[in-house]
Design a protein around this ligand. Structure first.
Ligand code: DC
Length: 481
């Protein structure tokens, strides 16, 4: 059976995402939160206190939960009556959180959930699915978002349904519920170490769903992989035996990884880079992990790309470089190992465009120098930006991470690389006008300039006092950007 478990705090978008995933995969969706809500509804309808074990436990034997399918929707029924709408009232959320603390309620509902998961391909969302209900499933996700973003989403959802609510109240309730759900004694909400965490604060629903789908694909592919190593060794041994040659020698020759030498050379370049090109990276926490991103930076010297890829983007990273470097075959092979995407300058290079979009779709960060060439003057002013970055960021709906070399770079200098907060060009996603690229490029330029302006203020504040400067950077790294 396929059992996909999605846990996370209230309002992180779990149910919407779980529904999308279930639909895409043609399987059932089970909203376990709705079960707790249904129990809470029954308890309050009986005039009992949802926080009291003595009140709630005896009622459990009177509760029958079932489902009816209406179109794509699975409606939840309490003792045969469809209560799908009633359980969505804001008050019921609080009561559900209360009844969910009672061990007998949890045992009662977990048993039902396991039964459904045993007999159906199903996407389940909740708080304890990955940790307790289905700890052995291989598809585990932890979906989260900032409390403010979650409150904003819940607020619009309730207003749309015509409920009268206040944003501040919803935010406080969300924080209280987080506390309750994460600190209760039985099966609290936790992110298990084997769950894939997705922070949806700045992601659209489609992006979250696509990310989960690509993880599901990669988990499936990983499992589908035959034991290639052993299979191919067997074949090689057989071949060698037939030809009456030394099997071990033959196996070694045939299984030798291609490009090993250049991979080694690339690793060497990375190491050397760190020594001759010492670079301190500030606000590294701003760099998003395991997700697509377009990384933009001002550009002084030919080795900037190697340094950034070695020190920040890592093995998964890609960098756009002019294709002239590919003329020398050794340099070309090392550059490829380092993640270079060659681009022909001054013309529409379709292959480069495809490579960039393909890297982004595989959640790889791509470094682009938007000035298009090095700033040989070494001045702080940037050259006019090319419009390609905006096009890719809009097409791939990728965040842009601005980087800034604070001063002209060079060997054996104290090069300082600042990582700014990622931003999206989402305001341009649906615009069709010709001026979009221009406006979006202007926004990128503004963000890069803003990063320098913020740094200038910081440096000015701490002028002449290095210790103070580093302390400040450490303490304020998040709020500054
Ligand atoms: O996801 P939701 O907001 O509809 O869930 C309502 C409450 O139920 C929530 O406060 C926590 C609880 N819950 C739980 O304890 N375990 C689950 N698997 C699902 C929900």
């Amino acid at each position: 059976m396929i059992n996909i478990a999605i846990d996370g705090p209230s309002g992180a978008g779990k149910s919407t995402i779980a529904k999308i995933i279930a639909k895409k995969m043609g399987i059932t969706y089970l909203d376990t939160g709705a079960m707790y809500r249904t129990v809470a509804l029954y308890v309050v309808n009986q005039g009992k206190n949802p926080s009291s074990e003595e009140d709630v436990v005896p009622l459990l034997k009177e509760i029958q939960i079932s489902y009816i399918k209406v179109g794509d929707d699975n409606r939840i029924c309490l003792n045969g009556k469809d209560v799908s709408e009633d359980i969505r009232h804001h008050e019921i959320s609080k009561y559900a959180s209360e009844v969910s603390k009672i061990p007998e309620v949890r045992a009662f509902l977990v048993e039902k959930q396991r039964e459904i998961a045993k007999n159906n391909d199903v996407v389940l969302d909740g708080r304890d699915i990955t940790s307790h209900v289905l700890p052995d499933t291989k598809y585990k996700f932890y979906l989260t978002a900032s409390p403010e973003e979650r409150a904003k989403r819940r607020y619009s959802e309730l207003v749309q349904k015509g409920q009268q609510v206040e944003y501040e109240k919803i935010l406080t309730d969300i924080k209280d519920r987080d506390y309750n759900d994460m600190n209760r004694k039985v099966s609290p909400l936790v992110k298990t170490p084997d769950s894939v965490e997705i922070d949806s604060t700045k992601m659209s629903l489609e992006e979250v769903a696509d990310t989960i789908m690509s993880y599901i694909d990669s988990i499936n592919n990983r499992d589908k992989l035959p034991d290639t190593k052993n299979a191919s060794l067997q074949v090689l041994r057989k071949e060698a035996k037939e030809l009456n040659i030394d099997a071990n020698k033959e196996i070694k020759k045939k299984t030798k990884k291609k490009g090993g030498f250049y991979r080694f050379l690339a690793a060497f370049v990375r190491k050397v880079m760190g020594i001759i090109w010492p670079t301190k990276i500030y606000f590294k926490d701003n760099f998003p992990q395991n997700t697509k991103a377009i990384v933009v930076c001002n550009h002084y010297t030919a080795l900037d790309p190697c340094v950034i890829i070695s020190k920040l983007l890592g093995k998964n990273g890609k960098v756009l470089m002019k294709d002239e470097i590919m003329k020398n075959p050794v340099v070309a092979k090392v550059a490829t190992e380092l993640g270079c995407i060659p681009v022909k300058r001054g013309e529409a290079d379709i292959a480069a465009v495809k490579n960039i979009l393909s890297a982004l779709s595989k959640n790889q960060p791509v470094l682009i120098f938007p000035e298009g060439t090095r700033n040989r003057s070494g001045s702080k002013e940037m050259l006019p930006l090319k419009q390609g970055v905006a096009t890719f960021a809009i097409k791939a709906k990728a965040p842009i991470v601005p980087l800034l070399y604070y001063k002209k770079t060079g060997p054996f200098k104290r090069n300082k690389l600042i990582v700014g907060a990622p931003f999206y060009l989402d305001e341009f996603y649906d615009k069709k006008a010709n001026s979009v690229k221009e406006e979006a490029t202007q926004l990128i330029e503004d963000k890069m300039k803003q990063l320098r302006a913020e740094l200038d203020i910081l440096v000015e504040k701490c002028r002449g006092n290095k210790k103070k400067y580093f302390k400040y950077v450490k303490e304020h790294s998040k709020e500054l950007m």
